[in-house]
Design a protein around this ligand. Sequence first.
Ligand SMILES: Cc1cc2nc3c(=O)[nH]c(=O)nc-3n(C[C@H](O)[C@H](O)[C@H](O)COP(=O)(O)OP(=O)(O)OC[C@H]3O[C@@H](n4cnc5c(N)ncnc54)[C@H](O)[C@@H]3O)c2cc1C
Length: 500
Amino acid sequence: MEKETEVLVVGAGPTGLLLAAELALAGVRTDIVERRTRPQRDSRALNLHPRSLELMDQRGLSDRFLAAGRTVPGWQFAATLRTPLDFSALASPHPHALLLAQSHTEALLEERAQELGARIHRGHEVTVLRQKDDSVEVGLRGPTGPTSVRAAYVVGCDGARSIVRRAADIAFPGTDESFTAMVGDFATADHAHLDRARQHGVLIARLEPGLTRFVVMDPERIRVPSTTPVTPDEFRTALLRICGTDCGVGRPTWLSRFGNATRLAEHYRSGRLLLAGDAAHIHFPVGAQGLNTGLQDAMNLGWKLAAHIRGWAAPSLLDTYHAERHPVGRAVTERSEAQTLLVELPLVERYHRPATLLCELLDTLLGLAEVNRYLAGQLSALDTAYPPATPAAHPLTGRRMPDLPLALPGGRQTRTYELLHDGRFVLLHLSTAHTDFTTPAPVTTVTARTSVQDPDLDGTTEILIRPDGHIAWATHTTDPRMLHAERTRLLNNWIRPTHG
Ligand SMILES: Cc1cc2nc3c(=O)[nH]c(=O)nc-3n(C[C@H](O)[C@H](O)[C@H](O)COP(=O)(O)OP(=O)(O)OC[C@H]3O[C@@H](n4cnc5c(N)ncnc54)[C@H](O)[C@@H]3O)c2cc1C
């Protein structure tokens, strides 16, 4: 490993791998250090939600992911409620979730990061970080002994116990675990009993042919700390107690216990140290949002950090990472606490009946299309929007760009997500009245027409799409001089102004 780099990403989990790929795409010299010597084979997460699939689509990767997993129409809200959230009601090119083991997601992201030139150093554990005015000194324990590297920026994608977060002295307030569940992957299971187990609130997923996942919340074991290892006997006994059958489970390939500790980093940045993914937020995996939120952090941070390093960012751009993603982290952790309570209460004897009644009521509400759509929009992250820099902004500002079909001059057809593959800004002229755009930022300028009828798009003449697929700015203005002035004023928030 060389002694200097531009960005050192700590942790080759899904967040670190996508971030490294995004930085490398923008031409930033990027190294990932990972203390594990080989990729993780056990899979905690099992899914990609619609917004994560859109992000992969915006980089031309969705075919790889879709080919590796299995699409499902929605996801369970609060895990044990009967009525699932229906993603098919959402306006997206990917109105479904993808069942895909975390190990496969990581393998695909690692392939992508390496294709783009990011270097991954396994068996390297960060032991100390010292932040200086112009760089960060990082001490590592490597395969051949202690070593060190100097980086302009370090991003902690190093999970819940992040050493980067501690070195940055960033507080991680929240609540300790009070409730745990057991997870087990089994090579054999008697499928005749699986429906019965489901009826008793045991969660079951077919991971791949011959491998079934069980998640068990046994009222007798929910206060056992997550640090206590799960034994095969304990798991089998819990299944027997809850369902009256052990579902014929054979030898487990993986057993673990996880809890509802919920914490959110107070800041996502301290000078040259930044946090993303589980290093910044942890929660009970109900709703299946941890990995997905980490990917969305990485997508938000990648282009901003690259812009900062390449020198075209306005001074405040990098701080918009915290400003935009911290409220999302707060919303995700708070909603997961609410969902976890809905899972936990029916298991606690003294709340059993009222909690069951409450769950029945919520099940009825989830049957209402409006309620289902609202919660599906949140869980899928398709409704995530960032506040516009000015109050009078166009209604699309900050929202995710829809995947519009576009007709280019000369008749060629494309769509907006295809235009984002190389991670540049896209300036989309939907009217012929436009001016040239001089900026140090990498921008692809496209003139096109769309056949999509959408009240928010009606009369829109120009849209500037950020590299992460959110709308930087849009306008109804047709006067070229006003267009230029409006665009320049708004973009000064993000892009270093050019003169002339
Ligand atoms: C049982 C369970 C089920 C889950 N299911 C889902 C789900 O269905 N959907 C979902 O979205 N999320 C789910 N999650 C959450 C998801 O697994 C995490 O949110 C996700 O792994 C976070 O990714 P990350 O890259 O931020 O961190 P991690 O995956 O934790 O990766 C951090 C990496 O940093 C490395 N590291 C740590 N310290 C150092 C150091 N000092 N030096 C070098 N390397 C270091 C670690 O070895 C690790 O590889 C689940 C979690 C659990 C426990």
